[in-house]
Design a protein around this ligand. Structure first.
Ligand code: ADP
Ligand code: ZN
Length: 531
């Protein structure tokens, strides 16, 4: 085979006229034998960054590229696609019969294969390493590509123990170039990847993480099912989409309910029989207009170009997870939408998941910070995209294509309201050394004579009725923002409310709180600023 330039390979093998973004520079760098760490958003075109160098180096007689990939489905798709364009590749995973394994190993050992995809746990077995040793001694070990490299980080959202073993590659084959790729750009995770995979000398390629064709909307939870149905019917009738839910049960219930409403919905979660999962995934990929209702078990490595929306019925754990999940929409570059609905209960639940986890306190602290960043995004009254990109270290201007840009939320000076609410919580404690939940607090502020109010004598408190000017919905919005801002925590079985240290400054009137107006809320007396 004659040697060829990367561009010739792109044209002739893949049939694309030109490289996109940084692909050309990355490909040249890696084909030339240097290490790279590539951060590129989902849909950015990471695969070609190692496939083209793999082919170029193979044609130059350098042998086999080993691609590490965490998912069987992903390997399957990639090898299928390479097969179609006539590039000899194969995968090794637990689904293969021994005969097939032997056949593939022979093709690998002869240097005939261009790319071999393998799961990390297989790569680090003594048997496989011995084979790599032999290839390496004969100069036929061309390149290592480590896909979904964030799996090596414990801070990330899909940590895989087996990825830790991949440091052996550099130790054992220091002369063989490596390219690691991920769509997770968070600084913490990046530092972790570099350290654990020993990529200190690798050149870092960071692409813009902006996905301008995706419109971000984060709405307050009111009646989530009805909101979701309205969203699908009004804006995405008959289109393909993914609806993420936190629990398996909710996935099943939501899929069933959507089906009853006439939406073509299917459930997907790790607890379903693998045959059912496969069938649903295949239908999602092949048929038009399927809505997949799923846990986050669904999605990694699913390359469906025309997913028109990604909806979240529950709050994700952090911005990286959220961005990666929503990034599955609109890979074809056409308009797509990322829609999330969240409420106070979501905030409380995510905080509790962190608190109750058996993890180390340092780890929990990091998780809390990440959750706070997501809450700040959810409560933001300015451009969502500016905030998202800022989280990944990228500066940008208001996008004109997110809910806040298109329909700027009204904001108001909520300092007084916040002080009333915080005093309400404080008085309960002062009065009877007791804590209460949101419902009772709001009843007291609004001066409602309920049984509970009389039972505790709360109509005698100075805070009784001081908030009659605001509706219940407004108070809920204030409380949610106070929780999001970390001035109040809701904890225990009944979500009872407690002030944090930072509440003191608000109570004393030392800080001004600009709050976002509850959307669709009835008119509140007092001033509202439209931006
Ligand atoms: P990622 O792995 O970063 O999510 P992929 O490698 O799956 O992205 O690429 C996303 C889509 O873009 C694929 O359908 C791929 O064929 C296409 N693509 C990537 N690079 C180019 C290019 N230079 N020209 C045309 N299409 C491209
Ligand atoms: Zn915007």
């Amino acid at each position: 085979m004659p040697t060829s330039t990367p561009l010739e390979i792109l044209n002739e093998v893949f049939g694309y006229p030109a490289f996109r973004g940084q692909q050309q520079t990355i490909v040249d760098h890696v084909a030339g034998g240097s290490d790279a760490l590539v951060l590129m958003p989902t849909g950015g075109g990471k695969s070609l960054c190692y496939q083209v160098p793999a082919i170029a180096r193979h044609r130059a007689g350098k042998g086999v590229t080993i691609v590490v990939s965490p998912l069987i489905a992903l390997m399957h798709d990639q090898v299928g696609a390479l097969d179609e364009v006539g590039v000899e590749s194969a995968f090794l995973n637990s689904t293969l019969q021994f005969d097939d394994v032997q056949r593939i190993e022979r093709m690998m050992m002869s240097g005939q294969l261009v790319m071999l995809y393998a799961a990390p746990e297989r790569l680090t077995t003594p048997r496989f390493l011995a084979q790599l040793d032999s290839l390496n001694e004969r100069g036929l070990l061309s390149l290592f590509a480590i896909d979904e490299a964030h799996c090596v980080s414990q801070w990330g959202h899909d940590f895989r123990e087996d990825y830790l073993g991949l440091s052996v590659l550099h130790e054992r084959y220091p002369e063989v170039p490596r390219i690691a790729l991920t769509a997770t750009a968070d600084e913490h995770t990046r530092a972790d990847i570099i350290e654990r995979l020993q990529l200190q000398d690798a050149r870092l390629f960071i692409s813009s993480f902006d996905r301008p064709n995706i419109r971000y909307s984060l709405v307050e939870k009111d009646n989530p099912r009805a909101q979701l149905l309205r969203f699908i019917r009004d804006e995405h009738e008959g289109e393909a989409g993914v609806v993420y839910c936190q629990s398996r049960r909710k996935v099943e219930e939501t899929a069933e309910w959507l089906s009853q409403q006439g939406v073509n919905a299917l459930p997907y979660h790790a607890g379903l029989d693998s045959g059912v999962r496969q069938r649903h995934q295949d239908r999602f990929l092949r048929e038009d207009g399927i809505v997949m209702v799923a846990t986050i078990a669904f999605g990694m490595g699913i390359d469906k170009p025309d997913v028109r929306f990604v909806a979240h019925l529950d709050l994700p754990k952090n911005i990286e997870g959220y961005y990666q999940e929503t990034g599955r929409a609109g890979r074809d570059g056409q308009d797509a939408e990322a829609w999330l609905t969240y409420g106070l209960a979501d905030v409380v639940q995510q905080r509790r998941l962190i608190d109750d986890s058996p993890a180390h306190e340092d780890f929990k602290q990091v998780q809390r910070k990440k959750l706070d960043a997501l809450l700040a995004l959810a409560e933001a009254h300015d451009c969502r995209r500016v905030r998202l990109l800022d989280y990944f270290g990228e500066q940008s201007q208001p996008c004109g294509n997110c809910d806040n840009c298109l329909n700027p939320p009204a904001t108001w000076d909520g300092t007084e309201a916040a002080r009333k609410m915080l005093s309400g919580i404080y008085r309960f404690w002062q009065h009877g050394r007791q804590r209460f939940g949101a419902g009772h607090l709001i009843d007291v502020l609004r001066g409602k004579h309920t049984d509970k109010v009389s039972q505790y004598g709360h109509d005698k408190l100075s805070t009784f009725g001081i908030g009659a000017d605001l509706s219940e919905q407004h108070w809920r919005a204030v409380l949610r923002q106070l929780v999001a801002l970390g001035h109040v925590v809701a904890e225990g079985e009944f979500n009872t409310l407690t002030l944090t240290d930072s509440a003191r400054a608000v109570l004393k009137g030392e800080v001004t709180l600009v709050l976002r107006e509850a959307r669709d809320a009835p008119k509140r007396s007092g001033k509202t600023t439209r931006k």
